[in-house]
Design a protein around this ligand. Structure first.
Ligand code: FES
Length: 148
């Protein structure tokens, strides 16, 4: 049994230490906002935070999250009122929407360390999050608005 703090709720899950956090979140705990894209750590769709750091949950074993705090997209603000959620909505960022929870989780870690990111800062930080719909210009605009 593993005790996990997800979005400030402590869960006890019956999972092997090497199970990817993504499967624990989606299949065992039913946090469905975090998405499976490539399963190889290459697309960013599965991004969550562990102790405030962005990680690829598809390749991160749940064993590393003992005594750690996991935050998923559901944990940001359940009313959709976080500044980044508002900026995303006001800019109509998503197209299909599939990658967007990962995009937001990555963007939050940029804004944590840089409250006035340049285009280049955003490009560099977000380059690991792939969007097949090509919403990158709107993502960039929304990040800048959320930072303001
Ligand atoms: Fe984890 Fe693509 S699903 S990086």
């Amino acid at each position: 049994m593993i005790k996990l703090n997800v979005n400030n709720i402590v869960h006890t899950v019956d999972a092997p230490d090497d199970m990817p956090i993504l499967w624990v979140l989606r299949d065992l705990l039913k946090y469905k906002g975090t998405k499976f894209g490539c399963g190889l750590g290459q697309c960013g769709a599965c991004t969550v935070h562990i102790n405030g750091q962005a990680v690829r949950s598809c390749i991160t074993p749940v064993g590393v999250a003992h005594n750690a705090k996991i935050t998923t997209i559901e944990g940001i603000n359940d009313k959709g009122e976080h500044p980044i959620q508002i900026a995303w909505k006001e800019n109509n960022v998503p197209q299909c929407g599939y990658c967007q929870s990962g995009q937001i989780m990555s963007a939050l870690t940029l804004l944590d360390k840089n409250t006035n990111p340049t285009d280049e800062d955003i490009q560099e930080h977000m380059s690991g999050n792939i969007c097949r719909c090509g919403t990158y210009p709107r993502i960039k605009k929304a990040i800048k608005e959320a930072a303001a």
